[in-house]
Design a protein around this ligand. Structure first.
Ligand code: HEM
Ligand code: HEM
Length: 230
């Protein structure tokens, strides 16, 4: 039976800014590494570090749909979700679905690994990450190798992620528009079953304050020394 659809806000501004900001940063990091623009590579990486830092904290004290506790579900929930999807087809979720939640955690973890390994990486010519001298040259070479291989993994998983988004779109679950607008259209019956706490949104000002604190530290200790070299 056709059901009326109701427009519901699911993603707050910080989550959306994080997602599209991260996508643009990753594209820029890839390009700068290929073009050998290593100062810009580092500056962009530090910008992404601020985005990731805010997202990790937002995953604990941010809006409900952005919290890890909301979308990192038990294996049993994942199995039930898969069985239900097999039976009834793909349907819209409030926030990430139980499978998507694990992909989100994986992608964020890989980007963190990329940032941390970058801090120790060297191109053996002009550029060294700021923590390079803390480790032996063998360890730095290994971390540089990991920095390269991990990026390949990010590209592969990002492709799987985009494919999954495409499949949801084809099946009528318009998740792409939601990552831009923040709103999803959900069937009335699903909206009626939503617990009010599930759609509690934290103040954007809180995210701005967190970003300002992390930003000030990153700019002062990491970004300014690179800008001085430009
Ligand atoms: C053109 C490329 C991309 C598109 C169209 C896209 C689209 C989306 C969409 C629609 C969602 C929401 C999924 C849902 O409703 O559950 C999402 C979430 C997410 N995507 Fe992407 N994505 C792209 C690239 C990437 C890349 C390159 C990464 C990182 C490597 C990434 C990481 C994430 C993460 C971490 C989330 C969860 C957001 C959060 O909760 O903060 N995406 N993406
Ligand atoms: C998430 C953030 C980052 C991404 C996506 C990224 C991406 C990349 C990519 C794609 C390469 C080229 C790999 C190859 O040649 O196959 C690269 C190289 C490199 N990156 Fe990053 N990077 C990030 C963060 C950083 C950071 C924070 C630093 C240091 C401050 C850094 C320093 C380097 C150096 C020194 C190389 C050169 C390695 C070489 O040419 O031998 N990266 N990065």
């Amino acid at each position: 039976m056709e059901q009326n659809l109701v427009k519901v806000k699911v993603w707050d501004i910080p989550t959306r800014v994080f997602h599209w900001g991260m996508l643009c940063s990753l594209a820029g990091l890839w390009w700068t590494a290929d073009a050998g623009e290593m100062e810009w590579h580092q500056i962009l990486a530090y910008g992404l570090m601020v985005l990731i830092g805010v997202r990790l904290i937002w995953g604990i004290i941010g809006s409900e749909t952005a919290r890890f506790s909301h979308f990192v579900r038990s294996p049993k929930t994942v199995i039930n979700y898969l069985a239900q999807t097999k039976r009834d087809g793909i349907s819209a979720s409030v926030g990430h679905n139980p499978v998507g939640g694990y992909m989100v955690v994986t992608l964020i973890t890989l980007v963190c690994v990329q940032l941390v390994t970058g801090l120790f990486a060297t191109d053996e010519i002009f550029t060294e990450g700021p923590l390079y001298s803390l480790v032996s040259s063998d360890t730095a070479s290994w971390l540089t190798w990991l920095h390269k291989k991990n990026f390949d993994l990010i590209l592969i998983l990002a492709a799987v992620h985009v494919l999954a988004v495409g499949i949801h779109m084809i099946k009528g679950d318009k998740i792409l528009g939601a990552m831009f607008s923040g709103y999803k259209k959900l069937p009335e019956s699903k909206v009626a079953a939503i617990n009010a706490d599930e759609l509690a949104f934290a103040s954007v000002i809180k995210a701005v304050v967190i970003a300002a604190v992390i930003g000030a530290l990153v700019v002062n200790y990491l970004m300014l020394p690179v800008i001085d070299m430009l």
